[in-house]
Design a protein around this ligand. Sequence first.
Ligand SMILES: Nc1nc2c(ncn2[C@@H]2O[C@H](COP(=O)(O)OP(=O)(O)OP(=O)(O)O)[C@@H](O)[C@H]2O)c(=O)[nH]1
Ligand SMILES: [Mg+2]
Length: 609
Amino acid sequence: MHVIATAGHVDHGKSTLVRALTGMEPDRWAEERRRGMTIDLGFAWTALPTGPTVAFVDVPGHERFVPNMLAGVGPVPAVMFVVAADEGWMPQSREHLEALHALQVRHGLLVVTRSDLMDPELAREEALEHLAGSSLDQIGAVCVSGRTGAGLDQLRAALGSLVTELPAPDVEADVRLWIDRAFTIRGAGTVVTGTLAAGTIHVGDELELAPGGRRVGVRGLQSLGVPVESAPAVARVAVNLRGLPLNAVRRGHALLTPGAWLTTRTIDVRLSAVARHGDISGQTDPAVPRYVSMSGRAAGELPEYVVLHVGAAAVPARVRALGGDTVRLGLAQPLPLRIGDRALLRDPGTRSIPAGLTVLDVAPPVLRRRGAAAARAAVLSTMDGVADGTAELRRRGFVRRDELIAMGAPVPAEAAQVGGWLVDPGLLAQRADRLVAAVAEHAAANPLEPGMPLETARRLTGMPDARLVELLLGSRLTLVEGRVHLGEPATGIPDAVRTAVAEVRAELARQPFAAPEAHRLAELGLGAKQLAAAVRAGELLKIADGIYLAPGADGEAAERLRSLPSPFTLSQARQALDTTRRVAVPVMEHLARHSITRRLPDGTHELRS
Ligand SMILES: Nc1nc2c(ncn2[C@@H]2O[C@H](COP(=O)(O)OP(=O)(O)OP(=O)(O)O)[C@@H](O)[C@H]2O)c(=O)[nH]1
Ligand SMILES: [Mg+2]
């Protein structure tokens, strides 16, 4: 299936043409038929003589309904541009062309209608002149009458060749269905419709509603009025959703492949070619290009408040000029956008389209410092709206893998990966050097401390996640028990400490359970840090705070207790260990903690077998 939107000034015969081609009524509302005017989008379809089916999205031409028109053409790849022979180029001819050009719609046909009322030649030439230089400047032209049917066969043939030129959609792509209608059907619940530009929707799929992220199930699917099991792009689809009340969804919302999209409120964009205004009469100097690039034109000329139109969505946006042709847009509502998305800005006050745009960054950095905007503009000037995973990662340093994909960028092969993060190899090398220096400094300043705590290392290197510090270790650093060491963790202790500990050990060799008293430890210069280092180095055994014995003292204690009758009292144990209560109590607690002894309800102890 192919989807083609109409475009053109009010009353130029768009709906009449769609009706003549399809035999279906695109004006769905009674009010539309009463007023003889399209107000909202209409849908109709037909099989072309060459075989393929074409669905038309028929848009209103009246200037009041331009937002509806934009919702219709937003996701559609081709257009049937209608101009009435008897009226020629008119204001909404221009405005619709500006919109299509801003969105870079490149495929279509010029259809001069109402040819029975006037020779279409003049209107055709005038229209082609206006199309020149726009994204539609290569399209063919057909003259018809919706009333007499003249020229319709040529139009069908021209549509037949147009659809063969349309780029093949990626039916494997992530789904982003911009919703253009939502309604309820008795017995079925909520149904939404839209033009699926890429990807495939299946009955039973779980999709994500944006904004909000609510999960919804696809209960049923229709395409062109017929139930289907799956609908591959490009297609007009009606999706019956499970578990979604009608008031939770409206035009401009989107159904997404879950987890595959980033919804964003801040985007950096490049303003692109817009029409030069003031030439609707057609009396223009052919030497002056009618379509000018925005570059060179100050982005600051934009109004501060505009409406961003993308897909079927229209969201108020605040413009912040960055420099050159780049601006930052703050969106009133988050949108699922990717790098390279085309959109346009409309000023609802003047009802004009001041610019088209290409999305450059959907997760841009916060601009805080003075001059940050200009610096950002310089960075953006190197970007072209084609997502480049390597460049994106280099700019960011690190990024979550899912997030990079959701931005629309491929994962660079050379990226280091850990815990769902990607890190730029260049950044790693630089941060690894920084960490080696910091760990060396830390070791020099804290000789008794075993390495640098992992969290300190994370903070010093500016990594968002401690797991990323592992990527910085390389061959120079090691991570042991949550601490980063230069080389292998140091096991030794400084000489002064070693001498003092040796003295303690000599005393303990004579009386293994005569743990040195606090004043003795202080006399030897053994403070908490020195003692901790000695314990880590395996030179002392810590029984409890302030109670240090030689390593292996606990085994020796168990040996001595074995000679006692079982069960035994604390006092018997104290005598067997030849020590004081100060030491005997914590030793018994230590042994119980290590399941060497057990304390009985009457307060006595026994050895476990
Ligand atoms: N004589 C003649 N009248 C036509 C032709 N096509 C459309 N009309 C008439 O022009 C009027 C407007 O036609 P529509 O098809 O509603 O125009 P439209 O472009 O859909 O208008 P909007 O949707 O409101 O923008 C109607 O009265 C049609 O009958 C044609 O080829 N010949
Ligand atoms: Mg109409």
